[in-house]
Design a binder for this molecule. Structure first.
Ligand code: PLP
Length: 374
C-alpha cells in the first residue's frame, strides 16, 4: 500500500506526464512554456537583498512581515488600487501561491463551494479540493470574459468564495470594470467572499486594470513581486482583506511559515520604491502584438491576450492539446497542454515572457504545424 495521502491525488498530472517528459529531453528548446518574465531582478533590488544579508537582517520577521513593508504596501494599495486598508490588514506571504493556500485554510470548511472560472491558474481548484471544498467550474469560453449569468446560476447556499484573476493566466483576458462591479454586486447579494489575484496588474495592453476590492470590502486581494519586479525566485507576495481573515491567516502563518524570508522582504521594499517602468509595458505589448499577429497570419482566432503574457489558443485541425504539444516538441517547441489549466482538452498555452527572437522561432514552428497536419 502506498504511504502517500489521498489529497496528493488532486495534483495528478499523469495524463500529460509523458508529453512533459519529452519536452524536458529537448537539448535546445524554444521555450514558450514558463510564466517567467525575460528580465532579471533589477540591480537595486538585488543590492537591497545583499545589504540585508551584510547587515545581518537575516532572522525571522514577525509572521505577518516587516512593518515597513506592510506600511508601504498599504499606501500602494490605497493609492494605486483604491483599496481601503492599513498595515494591520496587509500580510506578507512567501509568494502568492502559498498565500492562496493560507486563504483557503483560513476561510474554507469541507463542503463549502468555490467558484473557479475555467480556464484557471491550476492552484485555484486543486488547493480548494485539497482542503475539502467543492469546486464549481464556470466556463469563460469563447471570449474568456466572465459569464455573469452563468456565475449567478452557479451560486447555491453553499457558495463561500469566487476566485477572480485579471489579467488572467492562462487566457490573458482583462476583465472590464463593469463586469467586475456586476460580480461584486452578486457577491454582496449572496454574502460571498471574493479572492482577486492581481499579480499581472501592470501587464495590461487593452482596457484598464480595476481592483474589485475597491468596491467590495469582502474581497481578499492578492498580489506579489514575482512578475512585475522579476522576482519569481525570491518568494514574496502579499494579501489584504477583512481584518478577521488576515488575523486568521497570521495565526496559520505562525505554524506553517514562521515568517517569509527577511532578505526577500528587504529586497521587496526596495522594489516598491521604484514604480514599474512604462517601457516594460510597451515592451510586453509589442511582444503581445507579435504573437497575436503571427498566430492570426497562421489562421488562429485569438481571444483574450489583453494582458499578462499568455495566449490560450485552440489547437488546429481538431487536435487534442497533447497531440499538438507532441507535434510542437518534435520541432523543438515547448508549450503547455491546455488541460493543465482547463477541463477542455483542445487548447495550448503560449507564454510570451520569453525574448522576441524566441517568440519568432516559436511562431515559425506553430505556422509549420498548422500548415501540415499529421
Ligand atoms: N497567480 C497567477 C495568476 C500566476 O500566473 C502565478 C504564476 O504563474 C502566480 C500567481 C504565482 O505567484 P507567486 O510567484 O507569488 O507564487
Amino acid at each position: 500500500m502506498s504511504f502517500i495521502a489521498q489529497r496528493v491525488g488532486y495534483f495528478d498530472s499523469s495524463d500529460f506526464r509523458d508529453a512533459v517528459k519529452k519536452q524536458s529531453e529537448l537539448a535546445d528548446p524554444i521555450d514558450l512554456s514558463i510564466g517567467i518574465p525575460e528580465e532579471l531582478t533589477p540591480e537595486h533590488v538585488k543590492a537591497a537583498g545583499i545589504r540585508a544579508i551584510q547587515e545581518d537582517k537575516t532572522t525571522y520577521t514577525p509572521a505577518n512581515g516587516l512593518l515597513e513593508l506592510r506600511q508601504a504596501l498599504a499606501e500602494k494599495l490605497k493609492n494605486e488600487n483604491g483599496i481601503n486598508c492599513s498595515a494591520s490588514n496587509v500580510t506578507i506571504v512567501p509568494g502568492l501561491t502559498t498565500g492562496q493556500l493560507l486563504v483557503y485554510l483560513a476561510v474554507l470548511d469541507p463542503g463549502d463551494e468555490v467558484i473557479v472560472f475555467d480556464p484557471y491558474y491550476p492552484p485555484y481548484p486543486h488547493l480548494a479540493s485539497m482542503v475539502g471544498a467543492e469546486v464549481i467550474y464556470v466556463s469563460t469560453l469563447p471570449t474568456f470574459q466572465p459569464d455573469i449569468a452563468a456565475i449567478e446560476a452557479s451560486i447555491t447556499n453553499k457558495t463561500k468564495l469566487i476566485v477572480i484573476n485579471t489579467p488572467n493566466n492562462p487566457s490573458g483576458a482583462v476583465y472590464s470594470e463593469a463586469d467586475l462591479r456586476k460580480i461584486a454586486a452578486i457577491a454582496e447579494a449572496n454574502n460571498i467572499l471574493l479572492i482577486s489575484d492581481e499579480i499581472y496588474e501592470h501587464f495590461v495592453y487593452d482596457g484598464k486594470h480595476f481592483s474589485i476590492g475597491s468596491v467590495y470590502p469582502n474581497t481578499i486581494t492578492m498580489n506579489g513581486f514575482s512578475k512585475e519586479h522579476a522576482m519569481t525566485g525570491w518568494r514574496v507576495g502579499y494579501v489584504t482583506g477583512p481584518q478577521e481573515i488576515i488575523d486568521a491567516i497570521n495565526e496559520l502563518q505562525q505554524y506553517v511559515v514562521m515568517s517569509s524570508s527577511s532578505i526577500a522582504q528587504h529586497a521587496a521594499l526596495a522594489a516598491l520604491q521604484h514604480k514599474p517602468a512604462d517601457n516594460l509595458v510597451h515592451k510586453y505589448q509589442a511582444k503581445r502584438d507579435l504573437i497575436v499577429r503571427g498566430l492570426g497570419e497562421a489562421g488562429y482566432q485569438i481571444h483574450g491576450a489583453q494582458g499578462a503574457f499568455y495566449a490560450f489558443v485552440k489547437a488546429p485541425h481538431n487536435m487534442t492539446d497533447i497531440e499538438f504539444v507532441e507535434r510542437a516538441t518534435e520541432q523543438g517547441l515547448v508549450v503547455v497542454p491546455g488541460r493543465a489549466f482547463s477541463k477542455l482538452h483542445g487548447y495550448f498555452r503560449i507564454s510570451y515572457g520569453a525574448d522576441k527572437q524566441t517568440l519568432e522561432r516559436g511562431l515559425e514552428v506553430i505556422k509549420k504545424i498548422t500548415q501540415r497536419p499529421v
